[in-house]
Design a protein around this ligand. Sequence first.
Ligand SMILES: [Zn+2]
Length: 352
Amino acid sequence: MDQQVEQANTRQHMHLREFSDLISQSKEDCAYRDLIDVAREKTDGVTVPTPLFTILCKGNIIKRQWNIHSPICNPDAKITLRRLMMAEKPTKDAMVEEFWRLYLTTGKFEKERRQRHFFRLLPGTPRCKNCYAPFQGAGSIVVKTFYGKQPSRLNPQLCNVCEKFAHQYQGGAEIELSMLFADVRGSTTLAEAMNPTEYSQLINRFYSTATQVMVNSDALIDKIIGDQVAGMYVPGFAGKEHARRAIEAAQEILQATGHNNPKGPWIPLGVGVHTGTAFVGSLGSEQGTTDITVLGDAANIAARLSTNAGIGEILISEPAFSSAGIELDDLEKRVLELKGKSEPLNVWVIPS
Ligand SMILES: [Zn+2]
């Protein structure tokens, strides 16, 4: 048995059928056995991504033996198996969706979390938006030598390992998350007032300042485009208090860019924070590149909050506020009419 587990662990992924076979061979009485019998019939030929496979087994491996004891010990495995079996036709898509749901919403990916917390201590920006591996400076030598990680040639915002994974497991899940957008206000005027090199240096300084705050607060860096940076605060990275962490990060970004400084900020920003349900996962483009990103109305709302914020302001939507459990006290309330929205949106303003 040990050998079988070893083999399974060293492979990229295994068939769910093999997985259920292994469990069936367990000497312990299996609380999942009925479920697994059905799974075996319905999911022949379906492969399980290794991290999902690990979670399915987590809590059940004692001294490297398959040892299924109580369904309570592994509720995620139970839910996962149930979901897969309830799906009309469990396919690779269903597996991939389940994987992303677990990755983004649970704290089960402990190894990945520890690695991110180590990588963020290593100097060097830019970084992989998913695992925080630094791409420049001394840190990049460490991650290249010991982890085989370097910038992906296909998507410079991801490392080669994360890009390969995102490419292999395209798909995602609809989850509740908080989003933070920081937008350079008056960027056109700003760009006109300086030469292109100076402007690009200023924007790069903004990118690295904002992303470092996001990395320190466990965000999944989403977009670094034009004059905007966005971070996704998903429960699997930032914990249950993702809305509060996004709001705190927004305040830190404003502080780090000098908005509390009497002389004024070194770059003028507006920030928006919104909590809602959106699709997060890996998407392929027609050009063959893959990216980990967020899609949906909630992301558009968060982006528009930042472009509606004045310099040094954080606009926070009602769902983000109630999710964060922050006292509204004397905060200013505004009603925004957003383009394409029939209902006006209530927002609260935290001034810098
Ligand atoms: Zn990475």
